[in-house]
Design a protein around this ligand. Structure first.
Ligand code: C2E
Ligand code: MG
Ligand code: MG
Ligand code: MG
Length: 290
């Protein structure tokens, strides 16, 4: 019923509409306002080097601070944003916010870390996307090597050839490309040889399935990545056992509740500083022993 009549009005709230549909319509109206009223916020989840457990970067994850409903996670509104095209302005906001935040962080003179952010297929298809990336980099004087772009395997596969030029542009800038939710895309793996990909992110379903079956897939992904000289990051690491499994099998980076949930930017910086101090203590102790 969404597009009936061409404009949104109360006439659609007929009794034939399910609660679910009304809720979606409400959410869509709210989402329009959210963009205008800047109700979005980026949370950051640390990504650590598996060997040293030093923070290497953060994934920026979108949150909607709704005036009455509280914090809404992206799974609740990104699909709707993609359906309605609102993902393009929302994605542009994310891009600018990442730029602003990185500039602020670079002034702190901490060791360099990267920020990865998620990009939807529609954004890649949008003709302004690369221009906005360029502007974000130049106006904030960001080192493009501090940026990583995550696109889901399914998204990438949906139109790999259309994206090729954009992906090559990212590569030419030194921006890393990460295939998100890797292993869930039922894909012809040949794209790994064709597209300029830097990193695979193993989907959390394979990390968290402790039956052993998920871990078998994770092992295959690690072996494949090694052959293709791609880095691997595992998402959704929650337990010591999962961490040990990845360590034993030489995964490069980890991300998950075991270390931290996605947190506000101020908290992320505290995490980075504490992570450094903890690490220095460790290496000092090791020196004493050796
Ligand atoms: P994703 O990119 O695969 O992000 C990882 C998701 O796993 C995040 O959920 C994160 O909070 C969650 N996660 C991380 N570690 C753990 C863990 O140890 N255990 C569990 N159970 N979950 C963990 P989140 O923040 O709800 O984001 C969901 C999805 O929404 C993201 O999946 C991404 O596809 C999308 N998304 C988030 N931000 C953006 C954005 O700015 N733009 C676009 N287009 N999509 C976004
Ligand atoms: Mg992601
Ligand atoms: Mg993922
Ligand atoms: Mg995911």
């Amino acid at each position: 019923a969404k597009n009936q009549g061409g404009h949104k009005g109360y006439q659609f709230y007929g009794s034939y509409m399910t609660d679910k549909a009304v809720e979606t319509l409400d959410l869509e109206n709210d989402l329009h306002n959210a963009i205008q009223q800047q109700q979005f916020s980026l949370f950051y989840q640390p990504i650590l080097d598996l060997k040293t457990e030093l923070v290497q970067g953060a994934e920026a994850l979108l949150r909607w601070i709704h005036p009455t409903k509280g914090i809404i996670g992206p799974d609740k509104f990104i699909p709707l944003a993609e359906e309605t095209g609102l993902i393009v302005p929302i994605g542009a906001w994310v891009l600018n916010e990442v730029g602003r935040q990185l500039k602020e962080w670079e002034a702190l003179e901490l060791p360099r870390f990267f920020v990865s952010f998620n990009v939807s297929v529609q954004q890649f298809k949008d003709r302004n996307f690369l221009g906005e990336m360029e502007k974000m980099i130049s106006s904030n004087k960001i080192n493009p090597k501090s940026l990583e772009v995550e696109i889901t395997e399914t998204g990438l596969m949906s139109n790999a050839t259309l994206f090729l030029n954009s992906l090559k542009w990212l590569e030419s800038k030194g921006i890393a490309l990460v295939v998100d939710d890797f292993g869930t895309g039922y894909s012809n793996l040949n794209y790994l040889n064709i597209l300029p990909i830097n990193k695979l992110k193993i989907d959390k379903s394979f990390i968290q399935d402790d039956s052993g079956k998920g871990h078998n897939i994770a092992l295959s992904i690690l072996a494949l990545a090694k052959k293709l000289k791609l880095k691997v990051v595992a998402e959704g690491v929650e337990t010591k056992e999962q961490l040990d499994f990845l360590k034993k099998n030489q995964c490069d980076e980890v991300q998950g509740y075991y270390f931290s949930k996605p947190i506000e930017s101020e908290h992320f910086i505290v995490f980075v500083k504490e992570n450094r101090i903890l690490n220095e203590k460790h290496s000092n102790n090791n020196q004493v022993i050796a």
